[in-house]
Design a protein around this ligand. Sequence first.
Ligand SMILES: NC(=O)c1ccc[n+]([C@@H]2O[C@H](COP(=O)([O-])OP(=O)(O)OC[C@H]3O[C@@H](n4cnc5c(N)ncnc54)[C@H](O)[C@@H]3O)[C@@H](O)[C@H]2O)c1
Length: 374
Amino acid sequence: MRIGVAKEIKPQEYRVALTPAGARELVQHGHEVVVETGAGAGSQFPDADYEANGARIGSVDEVWESAELLLKVKEPIAPEYSRLREGLVLFTYLHIAADEPLTRALVDSGVAAVAYETVETDDRRLPLLAPMSEVAGRLAPQAGAHYLERPKGGRGLLLGGVAGVAHGKVVVIGGGIVGYNAAVIALGLGAQVTILERSVDRMRHLEEVLHGRVSLLMSTTLQIETSSADADVVIGAVLIPGALAPKLLTREMVAGMKEGSVFCDVAIDQGGCAETSHATTHDDPVYVVDGVTHYCVANMPGAVPITSTKALTNVTLPYVEAIADEGLAQAVARDKALARGVNVLDGRITYEAVAEAHGLEYTPLEDVLGASAV
Ligand SMILES: NC(=O)c1ccc[n+]([C@@H]2O[C@H](COP(=O)([O-])OP(=O)(O)OC[C@H]3O[C@@H](n4cnc5c(N)ncnc54)[C@H](O)[C@@H]3O)[C@@H](O)[C@H]2O)c1
């Protein structure tokens, strides 16, 4: 199969969908890989590294026009819509339930659109989202520590303390993938860490894997109020699948937090878990409400593209290989997790929640596959 790797043109996106190591794997499987000029530059992969591993470098037109399978990181943006076409399999993050213009562009073009974020295993894991949660979770305490510094508007406190001086306190709301990874790094920085969770089973698991080094508390309204008032850094890491994040921190609770403390709302991509949260960018990451610095960057992994690119491609590559080796139809017939990734095929919406979100017609994937040429 001819596999294209497009350069991301969305502002502030430095990741790339395939590493030179991944290109070599695909070439070894007998595929042809064409990488757009400069596609890997933001992640410190020069064109020469791809060429050295068997890929070819091509123009934007060549990559989009010649590819049978096109790999991207972010959803196509408006200038790319006209490049979508029948016969192309697009594999990328799409998030189209919240993007009607893109949904229509995908449907009208006849492209086969497979979304990283809806690839879902039978036990309901999202393997292509997990690494970004790991990255964001590990970044959150770093952001907290940074904005606690006095010149950054913070309280002027070192999370790790020193001998004879108390540690800072980090409270993590939600002990899933983000929460666990945030706790690991906060512990590493020397902070005193508390995780507020709702699932007792999850707390038992965290107790075990973190060897009792964190306090695990039931996430009630009262506990959130008490813990946030006592914290130096609060990290929002809750998720209710398929729903907006619950507003667990009210405006009054934020007002009750310490002057110069930091609230890092990782759940901001689902609307945020405080009444005072609104999305920010890496260019302008923070704002202050009632003396509390809010860090609410919606694409935190974009700050560390070298790590994020490698973490992402580690998990996407097996699926890329399956599509390339077997063709999309065969690959989804064999792997239900990948089948759940197909959002649009042959002008039909094959992912129910997307159709529902836009009031458009839903067609089960099996019905489209029977008649499809992919
Ligand atoms: N900002 C970014 O760049 C970025 C990057 C990756 C992930 N995220 C977001 O981070 C959030 C967490 O993702 P995740 O992968 O850790 O999800 P996850 O499903 O692994 O974990 C969510 C956890 O929240 C817990 N929870 C639910 N309601 C709760 C409540 N009321 N109180 C306490 N805990 C509660 C759940 O039991 C679960 O353990 C999501 O909104 C995700 O989209 C943001």
